[in-house]
Write a protein that binds this ligand. Structure first.
Ligand code: N01
Length: 582
């Protein structure tokens, strides 16, 4: 059972209350939405399944959890005072510090009194007669609101693989995304880790320091780049704070929504020696910006092959046992699955008590009372860590019974893959907003920037509806279809669409294969959202107001009107300029 659910404080269910908005989730998205709506004079209630704010950073407390976007950019940008007063201690902040930041934001902006914790929304139903959403929770709450805002996160629904014999295992089984709050001491234990994605790669080196034996079950080898994490000096922080808005503006003009230097030149025009030098320099800088070594890496397979081979050579040079090294060498497209960022991951396999088990051809057969069985061999274990990821992008929606017009459920509508206009709303579900929803840059941009841009746009939209007395807004089916088609088309220009990643839902059997985030680049997307708004919410239909007489007053969205840096990216498409989206 997830930790926060064990000890829920008693409270009477809330019945019959009516709000302007219900917000589902109190991660960074829910908190910022609440802040904006309160600022505009709307009433709002937030329901949060966890016992505190922070979302991803509340749940993912596994050893070594930290951000892979640099801390100075992985933070809210809406408050210059907050930017100036908060000090990040490391280049990549650890989970505990990011959670402290979330708590600081909640206190500083007086958010908590509008949030009900330890409460999971179970159903949201659109009432066509009253033109409002009726919301139910697992604590018996039954309330209504004009708007229902899903701030449920892109990577929040843990993937609990139904391994045979799971119940037989006598030791504890953990999932990295639902880590016990009191922490886990693996000292002297034989530990098994299933998976080699970002969560595994961060936790394996730390677990190996405690465990007496560590067995890693790998289905797909992973590319990972060293973080070279370090303490931030006051001089470094002050240099950024001296002109923080400039860094924020540069970040917004980038396809990723965060700033790092990248080289537009194609890898294929460089000599092998030049490439090696370039990759080595980029490797020494480390982190996700490694993918910015050349401009064509995610567009040309031959270019990608060169960086992939460089990365494999790195693995071979670090891992001493040649058989283990070869097993750790990925052979898929570099950066196709989300690139990982590590501290001492490959080095961990040089430790005598760490073993790698390949489950790519012979999958995990079953859990037994004393371990895990693969290909007829039992690996004895005292504890198992499932670093098996999430039902990405749509998994959190699946956990709520969402019913729109004519009794149609979102689950039915999204059965063959999610469909949403701009990733913010979906036809047939009036006044339902989806922060960083499928079809928006979301996980391909720096999440907090993507969240802020969505929230500002949605808050402006809601304020405009109030200005003109509109009762509902929802996308037109044709515009939604065009956008979904565009998201799909753009994804094809990137090699990213070619492998079995969670971006396409392929990490979980039975999910439809659809490239879910928008890969066209953050500024291109922002420009589209801005145009839609200034054209009077083009592609949406509003009901019940003095529609057409008053153009939207752009309030919060104004700060996202960053001129596109055409040296870096043109509105035509990322594909045309071959700009990396890491
Ligand atoms: O999950 P994943 P994650 N048998 O899906 C394996 C973000 N994040 O939690 O690749 C055996 O990447 C699966 O194998 P395969 C980040 O965006 C960020 O690690 O499907 N293995 C894979 O190796 C990241 O991408 C940060 O073949 C099985 C692993 O489990 C996203 O969250 C930190 C299996 C799952 O990897 C998700 O990362 C952490 C099975 N039946 C996470 N089923 C930072 O900011 C699955 N696997 C640094």
């Amino acid at each position: 059972m997830p930790p926060a659910m064990q000890d829920q404080p008693q409270r009477a269910p809330e019945a019959g209350a009516a709000f302007d908005a219900i917000i589902v989730g109190a991660g960074f998205a829910g908190m910022y939405m609440l802040h904006r709506l309160r600022g505009l004079g709307f009433t709002a209630r937030v329901y949060e399944a966890g016992g505190g704010v922070g979302g991803t950073w509340y749940w993912n407390r596994y050893p070594g959890a930290r951000c892979d976007v640099e801390s100075m950019q992985y933070s809210f940008s809406f408050s210059e005072e907050l930017d100036q007063q908060w000090d990040w201690s490391e280049k990549y902040a650890p989970q505990a510090e990011i959670l402290s930041y979330a708590n600081h934001v909640a206190d500083r902006f007086d958010l908590r009194r509008h949030i009900l914790f330890d409460t999971r929304v179970t159903a949201a139903t659109f009432d066509e007669a009253a033109k409002c959403w009726r919301i139910e929770t697992d604590r018996g709450d039954n309330v209504s609101a004009k708007f229902c805002i899903m701030a449920v996160g892109c990577l929040s629904a843990a993937n609990h693989v139904p391994f045979e014999g799971r119940a037989d295992f006598q030791g504890p089984i953990y999932h990295t995304g639902e880590w016990p709050h009191e922490g886990v001491d693996f000292t002297g234990l034989r530990v098994g880790v299933i998976g080699t994605g970002s969560s595994a790669i961060q936790s394996i080196p730390i677990i190996a320091q405690q465990a007496s034996a560590l067995t890693v079950f790998q289905r797909t080898a992973t590319y990972t780049v060293p973080a070279w994490n370090e303490k931030l000096t006051p001089e470094y922080r002050n240099a950024i704070k001296a002109d923080y808005p400039a860094l924020r503006a540069k970040a917004r003009a980038r396809p990723t929504g965060f700033y790092f230097p990248f080289n537009m030149k194609p890898a294929l025009e460089a000599t092998p020696e030049q490439r090696t030098r370039q990759y080595e320099e980029a490797w020494q800088r480390g982190g996700l910006p490694f993918l910015g070594a050349y401009g064509d890496l995610l567009f040309e397979k031959a270019a990608n092959d060169t960086i992939a081979e460089f990365a494999r050579d790195k693995i071979r040079s670090i891992v001493k046992d040649p058989t283990t090294a070869e097993l750790l060498c990925p052979h898929n497209v570099f950066g196709c699955k989300r690139l990982c960022v590590d501290t001492g991951y490959f080095e961990t396999y040089n430790l005598p008590h760490v073993k790698l088990v390949d489950v790519s051809k012979t999958p995990i057969e079953r859990f037994t009372a004393g371990g895990i069985e693969v290909n007829g061999t039992e690996y004895p274990l005292d504890a198992i860590v499932c670093a098996t990821g999430f039902a990405a992008m749509t998994g959190s929606f699946d956990r709520i019974a969402i019913t729109g017009r004519d009794g149609r459920t979102l689950a039915e509508k999204w059965r063959a893959g999610p469909r949403a206009y701009l990733g913010v709303a979906t036809a047939g579900f009036p006044n339902l907003f989806t922060i960083t929803g499928p079809g928006s840059p979301s996980v391909l941009a720096s999440m907090i920037q993507a969240i802020e841009q969505h929230v500002d746009w949605m808050a402006d939209c809601m304020a405009h509806m109030r200005d003109i007395g509109a009762a509902t807004i929802e996308p037109l089916q044709a515009d939604e279809d065009d956008w979904v088609e565009h998201v799909n088309e753009v994804s094809k220009v990137s090699l990213r669409s070619t492998c079995n990643s969670w971006y396409v839902g392929a990490n979980i059997p039975g999910r439809p294969r659809v490239f879910m985030p928008y890969i066209g680049g953050f500024p291109v997307y922002v420009q589209k959202c801005n145009e839609v708004m200034t054209n009077g919410f083009e592609g949406f239909v509003m009901e019940g107001g003095d529609i057409g007489n008053e153009m939207p007053r752009v309030r919060l969205t104004e700060r996202w009107r960053v001129p596109l840096d055409i040296e870096v990216i043109s509105p035509a498409a990322v594909a045309a300029r071959r700009v990396p989206v890491v």
